[in-house]
Design a binder for this molecule. Structure first.
Ligand SMILES: [Zn+2]
Length: 424
């Protein structure tokens, strides 16, 4: 009976915590956070929410507050984002995407009407040679390039030509690929649209109407959010472990469409939040543990780069960085970037997984510049970047929603990471 009650209580507390982490993730994905990008102050809403949550669970600030500010330029789409073909409105994120560095359809922000463009399909062979025969391009023409059904090498050339064209013409990249959006530090003068071929086929040459407003932010202020759990004793003299996860995502593409970024990377924030709750209750003897929610990852790892260049603790005192990005599935295990660089730590992780029976696979991977661990590694700070693998392939698209997360191995990964951290 006693045992039963105990196990019931244990289950209950793990369940309660799991639910809290899920609610945290769901909040970060909600429309009022605007995809944690640069329209409607989404990233700063998220930063404030994370700092408040850090404070509530008992993480201490490193300085006067929980923030480290820095800035960068970014192109944004805070207004109209409408594309019509034959009078029919196309669905943003499904039928078309606006390139992250696209220019507007009108020269001034606040234009009330779309602009009509005549669609002219480029001869791909000609374009492969050079862009010369397409120059100059009339202002009311949009050049359509069907960039599929060609070899990977040729496609590279065609994509480069598209970028060249976009310097002097409005461009439409007609594709059969899954849409994958991004965010850019530069802005073109002319519109640059990606369109699904299934839509283009229905229309081919004709007219489109585009209403696209852009605003280039020359020096957007972003904030890394940091909090820590001091070591049990003599914290001032103790080294550090870092747990990191970027919270920024891609934001809005026009006021009607946003990218929730659930797997990438509200999920990682839920994970470090959940681990922080555990460590606050039971701190480590020999390490201070710093939790960082990084800003500006999607635009080029800018938040973690800034931190490494302006570290709030000496880099030499950081024993290990554990970066979490894409934590929402796990049916097929996790991948561990840098496992080949840090053999001992990786072996220990494998052993813990084996004895705890947590994940079906921990796949080793060499160094890669694909998340916030990168600049730490470059600066000589040991690090791992772990991400989950599973059937959820929604990535940098409007379908990366909270509802699409399976949380298949969320608890197991939290437990494994806690054991890994406690083993230093
Ligand atoms: Zn990410």
């Amino acid at each position: 009976m006693r045992l039963l009650i105990l196990s019931f209580l244990l289950t209950f507390s793990v369940f309660g915590q799991n639910q809290q982490a899920k609610t945290y993730i769901e909040t970060l994905c909600s429309p009022s956070f605007h995809g944690r990008g640069y329209v409607n102050g989404g990233d700063s809403i998220a930063a404030n929410f994370i700092a408040k949550s850090f404070q509530e669970i008992g993480l201490k600030p490193l300085g006067e507050n929980y923030f480290q500010e820095f800035n960068f330029p970014v192109q944004t789409f805070p207004g109209a984002c409408e594309l019509k073909m034959d009078g029919e409105s196309l669905i943003p994120g499904v039928h078309f995407l606006v390139a992250p560095n696209s220019g507007p359809s009108c020269s001034e922000f606040g234009c009330t009407k779309g602009k009509s463009y005549r669609v002219v399909t480029c001869n791909v062979q000609k374009l492969f040679q050079s862009t010369a025969s397409f120059y100059p391009c009339p202002n009311n023409v949009i050049l359509a390039v069907r960039s599929f059904g060609i070899s990977a090498d040729s496609l590279k050339v065609i994509k480069a030509r598209l970028r060249e064209l976009s310097a002097f013409a409005s461009v439409m990249d007609v594709t059969r690929d899954k849409f994958t959006w991004s965010v850019s530090q530069t802005a073109n003068a002319y519109p640059f649209i990606q369109l699904q071929d299934s839509v283009f086929e229905r229309m081919m040459e004709g007219n489109i109407e585009l209403h696209l407003e852009t605003r280039f932010l020359k020096s957007h202020v972003a904030k890394n959010v940091l909090g820590y759990v001091p070591a049990k004793k003599n914290a001032k003299r103790k080294p550090f472990l870092f747990l990191t996860a970027h919270y920024d995502h891609l934001g809005r593409m026009g006021q009607a469409t946003y990218f929730p970024g659930a797997n990438d990377n509200a999920s990682g924030n839920g994970m470090i939040f959940s681990i922080a709750q555990e460590l606050v209750k039971n701190p480590l003897d020999d390490y201070n543990v710093i939790f960082i929610a990084f800003a500006g990852e999607e635009i080029g790892l800018l938040g973690s780069k800034y931190f490494v260049e302006n570290p709030l603790v000496p880099l030499k005192k950081i024993r290990f960085v554990l970066n979490m990005d894409i934590m929402g599935s796990g049916e097929d295990g996790i991948t561990c970037v840098n496992s080949t660089l840090f053999k001992n730590e990786f072996d220990r992780l494998l052993q813990l997984n084996e004895s705890g029976h947590y994940l079906t696979l921990i796949k080793p991977r060499g160094p890669a510049a694909n998340s916030d661990h990168y600049f730490f590694t470059e600066a000589g700070v040991p690090s791992f970047f772990v991400y989950t693998m599973g059937p959820n392939k929604n990535y940098h698209d409007i379908f990366d929603t909270y509802e699409a997360l399976s949380f298949a191995k969320f608890d197991e990964i939290r437990q494994l990471m806690l054991e890994f951290i406690r083993g230093f």
